[in-house]
Design a protein around this ligand. Structure first.
Ligand code: SF4
Length: 438
């Protein structure tokens, strides 16, 4: 029987700002892996900075696999008229996609990965282009937006919208029997600099502002032999960097991360490991820090959110100030470079008055690490997101924008003040620490 022709598509981003902090469509590539031997697979990743169509652009990048996306100005959706920021389209040009479909199409199915809820205009753009260039293809959406804003996602023109993690409805829709052992299709990239690993799904914490408990109702580790096979495959494909997409990478370390890292060391892995999702500082013991550094951890983001004890406690008690301090000491004693460690601090949280953002920034800065402000994005279904219905129409995903919401909630002047403070504090660190590679 003829195999279906399937396009895996990572859409462009329409937003005020976007930067490639190792953004890879790992879920989509994993679904592609389950289709190995069952479909004729092609990939178009609008966010692939190493794609031939992105060459020739002068874009900043660093040695760890992060960098600027190609971008072009775009008219703002009317809802953002009052937001004094420029809006852009990030990713490869539409013409590159058109040329790709003319060369490789037509397709029977197009599977589109969705991420941020307020990025749906980029998904819509892709749907329009597929309808124009490969009109008979069945279009499927999956991922975070498709799950959290399921009803909305059903209105933007796809044929099928997956809700959550269960892929059975997808196999039924496509009439295929999945391949349980197929590895993510990293081999569909011409050049691979950075890959993704995930040792477990979900998070045992229930922070009231976070969407993870909604998307993954329980925490469970993935089979170790599978994780190691994925590691081997990234090495084989020539990746230099591997980022962990785990939401709780350090939970139950003796069962999950420690055996994985020991195996990676045994295999002589030379991958640089990075953690774009915040690590929970509470779990970074002296021994674990030593193992992480020995295994090749380089860029380490820690979740901090606030130094205010009451705020921490009220939002889930993820980590307290003294735990952040201990983690930094353990990492640095093990040989991690302090300039490669940063803490996320949440801003524009609806209970922000209890959060002491400025004081929290200074606290982290006094410990010698950079501060990354992570603007609160109200997620429907989370306790803190639902609290925001009094200020915004939460059923319109554009209102979840992490650029627009802080301005709506706090006002532009306050947002600018916090951002300037964070920039000044980080600049001070860079002067004190010449040779920072970040
Ligand atoms: S610890 Fe992190 S991933 Fe887990 S619920 Fe809290 S914010 Fe979300």
């Amino acid at each position: 029987m003829k195999m279906p022709r399937v396009l895996l598509l990572n859409p462009p981003i329409h937003d005020f700002a976007a930067y490639d902090f190792w953004l890879k469509p790992y879920g989509l590539l994993s679904v592609g892996g389950r289709l190995r031997g069952r479909a004729e697979l092609k990939l178009f990743d609008y966010l692939d900075r190493l794609h031939p169509a992105a060459q020739g652009e002068k874009l900043r990048k660093d040695i760890w696999g992060r960098g600027e996306f190609r971008n072009e100005p775009l008219d703002k959706p009317a809802l953002f008229n009052a937001i004094p920021r420029r809006y852009h389209r990030f990713g490869l040009p539409r013409s590159a996609f058109r040329a790709f479909v003319e060369r490789e199409g037509p397709f029977d199915f197009v599977l589109i990965q969705t991420v941020m809820t307020y990025w749906y205009p980029g998904v819509k753009e892709s749907i329009e282009d597929i309808r124009a260039y490969s009109p008979n293809a069945k279009i499927v959406l999956g991922g975070v937006y498709a799950t959290i804003c399921h009803a909305h996602a059903q209105t933007i023109g796809a044929d099928f919208v997956l809700d959550g993690l269960n892929l059975d409805p997808l196999w039924k829709f496509m009439k295929v029997e999945p391949n349980p052992s197929g590895l993510p299709v990293w081999d569909l990239y011409d050049t691979l600099d950075t890959g993704v690993l995930k040792l477990a799904d979900g998070c045992p914490f229930k922070c009231t502002y976070c969407s993870v408990p909604q998307v993954y109702p329980t925490f469970h580790s993935r089979p170790m032999d599978r994780s190691l096979a994925e590691l081997d495959f990234l090495i084989e494909r020539g990746a230099k960097n591997a980022v962990f997409y785990d939401d709780a990478l350090l939970y139950q370390p003796d069962k999950i991360l420690v055996p994985f890292l020991k195996e990676a060391i045994k295999r002589g892995s030379r991958l640089n490991f990075h953690t774009p999702n915040a690590l929970n500082a509470r779990f970074i013991s002296k021994e674990l820090a030593e193992l992480m550094v020995e295994a090749g951890f380089k860029i380490i983001y820690l979740g901090f959110e606030s130094s205010a004890y009451e705020w921490q406690k009220k939002t889930g008690g993820k980590v307290y100030s003294h735990e952040l301090k201990d983690a930094i000491e353990n990492l640095c004693a093990a040989g991690a470079k302090i300039e490669n460690i940063a803490a996320y601090l949440i801003m524009s949280h609806p209970n922000g008055d209890q959060q002491n953002v400025e004081e929290s920034m200074r606290f982290a800065n006094d410990l010698g690490i950079r501060v990354m402000l992570s603007e609160f994005s109200p997620i429907p279904g989370t306790p803190d997101g639902e609290m925001c219905r009094k200020w915004i129409d939460l059923d319109e995903p554009l209102t979840h924008s992490k650029t627009a919401f802080p301005i709506v909630f706090m006002g532009e002047e306050k947002v600018n003040r916090l951002k300037n403070l964070s920039r000044d504090l980080n600049a001070k660190l860079r002067i004190d620490q010449p040779g920072s590679s970040v």
